[in-house]
Design a protein around this ligand. Structure first.
Ligand SMILES: O=C(O)C(=O)[C@H](O)CO
Ligand SMILES: [Mg+2]
Length: 250
């Protein structure tokens, strides 16, 4: 079985933020990811990670997309200054929290200018922080209408042009199924570029096992491929308590 991590921005959300770390550890997770850790001092998050023996897999670069504003600026022409200050900010958090990965969000944009922009911006970030691994993730257009990276093949084309070893693809079975209909086919096609995996069922982004994706087969393919990163549960449990949604892990 792959190594599973809990995205505690969505899992254990029935608990206050600092209590989710213990709940994840008690449920058997050895690592967590946090979408936007910026509302709380990094030292508080660090203490909670250490107290519960948890690795931090991933954080997103700011700005938080739950405010209704731009979900990132990487592909937004004219937003380069803001992009660079957001990257500097996430790197300050990364210094304290040591996440394995930073997910950089593209923002609302379209067209050739936006693609040129995301290529330049990610090359800048990759060269500015050569020891940090960054990811790009396509988000499906139902959940994020207008988001630039809305297709896995578009993301692969951008990664070809960015051409940096520390920028890779974040595969999410929920978005892959929403966008392309078959999450396993996306995994099979793009496996060589994938540096991080997230899982959930479409269309309601609930726990694995509630759509037609054959998760045991996907987990077997992940194991067979030699992927040695984390597989993060990033879903909204269909159950009142997160623990009751974790049958897919066992
Ligand atoms: O929406 C997703 O799937 C993500 O992983 C993003 O990081 C959301 O911010
Ligand atoms: Mg995701």
């Amino acid at each position: 079985m792959p190594r599973f991590a809990a995205n505690i921005s969505l899992l254990f959300a029935e608990l206050p933020y600092l209590d989710r770390f213990r709940a994840a550890a008690d449920a058997g997770f050895k690592a967590v990811e946090i979408l936007f850790p910026y509302d709380i001092a990094a030292k508080e998050t660090r203490r909670a990670l250490m107290a519960n023996g948890l690795d931090l897999v991933l954080i997103n670069a700011p700005p938080p997309n739950y405010t209704g504003g731009q979900p990132g600026y990487a592909a937004v022409p004219g937003g380069e200054g803001r992009f660079q200050s957001d990257i500097r900010r996430v790197l300050r958090y990364a210094e304290a929290l040591k996440p394995g990965l930073i997910h950089v969000m593209a923002g609302y944009a379209s067209g050739a200018d936006a693609q040129d922009c995301i290529v330049r911006n990610l090359q800048w970030a990759a060269d500015f922080a050569p020891h940090q691994q960054f990811t790009l993730e396509p988000l499906n257009p139902v959940s994020q209408p207008g988001y630039f990276l809305n297709d896995y093949d578009l993301a692969a084309a951008c990664l070809d042009r960015i051409d940096r070893p520390n920028v890779g693809l974040q595969f999410d079975s929920f978005h892959a199924r929403m966008i392309h209909g078959d999450a396993q086919a996306v995994w099979d096609r793009l496996r060589d570029r994938i540096v991080h995996i997230q899982i959930g069922s479409a269309p309601d982004r609930s726990e694995p096992g509630r759509d037609e994706t054959d998760f045991p087969a996907l987990f077997a393919a992940i194991d067979d491929s030699g992927y040695d990163g984390w597989v993060s549960a990033e879903y909204t449990p269909s159950t009142r308590r997160t623990e009751a949604s974790l049958h897919w892990m066992r």
